[in-house]
Design a protein around this ligand. Structure first.
Ligand code: AKG
Ligand code: FE2
Length: 450
């Protein structure tokens, strides 16, 4: 007999955290590496070179000389600071590359690995810039500035021009990945390298130690929302079913939250929002990678799925609680959490007089751990399958440092919650009434043990 604790552990272990990056090399017809650009000093003159291992240092120096110094985004401004980013950039109107990303194998290879989608997904790759990193060039750790809520990723294509160093290092959720383009492309005349990653993944370009590292960068967008499953054995089907099996076993246990409640998942990725404007529900179709797998598993089980930001009160301040303190077992103490439908930044509120839970009492959902007695009425039982991320609110550091000035969007950490009904009626009860039933308060309050 598996105990409830074991079932919870199995559910936790069933959440697969897939890599938020995908890299490789691909062969292209050699003429795809032909490249034309306008001279900076004299834009009516254009030059031509082939961006392969035979490109000469002189020709690459000339290309570099036609670049502008790359800036990066610090809050609302684009700034130039060579202690943060040392690279050349060329805007789209200044060059013509014979490389058409849609004629390569890059998108069909990288996108499914990254998105872990069960269905086909329309994705757009928008060419953003050409960059040249000469010897000593680098770009310190940053996240890519989101252009809009549909932008999920960035793609870097590296040409086989001779270079050493300039490794791209990506870090996320305790994992690190290094891509050494100079090494994998050495000597090639018809191979390019690519790294695609979710834009909220921290990344940096280490200093180039020799030669010229020439890249094209693309912004990746979701275009139309995905519809039904259309490719049977796509990469995430196993991940989704594994999680579904584990969650069903847990929900089938009548001792688990008998009145119904919520499952919570602290999401691994951050999402771009316009503060005060973006509705969190609009982000459900644009979840990334393993976050999308969680959403798919819960929806396929018929649970009501919603995105929330979570505020936590470190201390219990409810008078109601204090009144009955002596009647409660000591383990009833826990931080109070409030789920909200909008992203807020606690630091914008300054010093607040009340608790978060009382400030947002009307619009928020108050929750209590599934194995604890509710401290207040109208509190919903909740089990965090993946712990709540310790960041609530906006990611201040990355508002400050992006690859472009902020366009009014900021990254936020969010949680996905999935509502289930009382034992015996877990799925259909919630599926019938949909997302609104995230607020299970009436069921809970009737059983509020005081
Ligand atoms: O060149 C690379 O590998 C990454 C460049 C980058 O991070 C950027 O342009 O934002
Ligand atoms: Fe970047």
């Amino acid at each position: 007999m598996t105990t409830l604790e074991e079932q919870i552990e199995i559910a936790r272990a069933a959440v697969v955290k897939s890599d938020p990056w995908s890299s490789g090399t691909t062969q292209v017809p050699p003429e795809n590496l032909q490249f034309f650009y306008r001279e900076r000093q004299n834009p009516s003159l254009s030059r031509f070179l082939e961006l392969n291992s035979h490109a000469t240092a002189n020709n690459l120096d000339a290309l570099s000389a036609s670049c502008e110094k790359a800036t990066f985004g610090r809050a609302l401004e684009d700034v130039f600071d060579e202690s943060y980013r040392k690279a050349g950039k060329m805007d789209l109107e200044m060059f013509a590359s014979k490389l058409d990303i849609h004629q390569t194998r890059i998108l069909p290879t990288a996108i499914p690995r990254l998105l872990r989608e069960a269905s086909k997904r329309d994705v757009e790759a928008e060419l953003y810039k050409l960059n040249v990193y000469d010897k000593g060039g680098f770009f310190r750790a940053h996240k890519d500035t989101p252009r809009n809520e549909r932008m999920f990723g960035s793609l870097v294509v590296v040409f086989p021009t001779p270079h050493t160093g300039g490794d791209l290092v990506l870090r996320h959720d305790g994992k690190e990945f290094t891509f050494d383009s100079g090494k994998v492309l050495a000597g090639s005349v018809d191979t390019i390298a690519f790294v695609a990653f979710f834009s909220d993944v921290e990344h940096e370009v280490l200093p180039v130690t020799s030669g010229h590292r020439v890249t094209l960068t693309y912004n990746l967008y979701y275009t139309t929302p995905s519809t039904a499953l259309s490719i049977p054995l796509s990469p995430n089907v196993g991940d989704v079913s594994q999680l579904k099996v584990a969650l069903s076993a847990l929900l089938d246990n009548p001792n688990f939250s008998p009145q119904g409640g919520l499952l919570g998942f602290g999401l691994t990725h951050s999402y771009p929002v316009i503060p005060g404007q973006t509705k969190l529900e609009d982000l459900l179709p644009v979840l990334k990678g393993s976050d999308q797998v969680i959403s798919a598993a819960c929806s396929e089980l018929g649970l009501g799925v919603a995105l929330k930001s979570v505020l936590e009160d470190p201390e219990i301040t409810s008078r109601y609680y204090l009144m009955y303190l002596d009647k409660r077992p000591p383990e009833s103490k826990y931080p109070r959490q409030t789920l909200l439908d909008k992203a807020i930044d606690p630091s914008e509120y300054g010093q607040i007089e009340q608790s978060w839970s009382s400030l947002f009492a009307r619009e928020g959902t108050q929750v209590h751990p599934h194995d604890k007695i509710p401290l207040i009425t109208n509190s919903t039982s909740m089990l965090w399958i993946l712990p709540l991320s310790d960041q609530s609110g906006y990611e201040a550091r990355y508002i400050a440092y992006g690859n472009q000035a902020s366009l009014g969007l900021v990254y936020v950490k969010l949680s996905l919650v999935a509502a289930f009904g009382p034992s015996g009626d877990r799925m259909s009860w919630v599926a019938d009434s949909g997302r609104e039933n995230i607020q299970l308060s009436e069921h809970e309050s009737s059983n509020d043990a005081i």
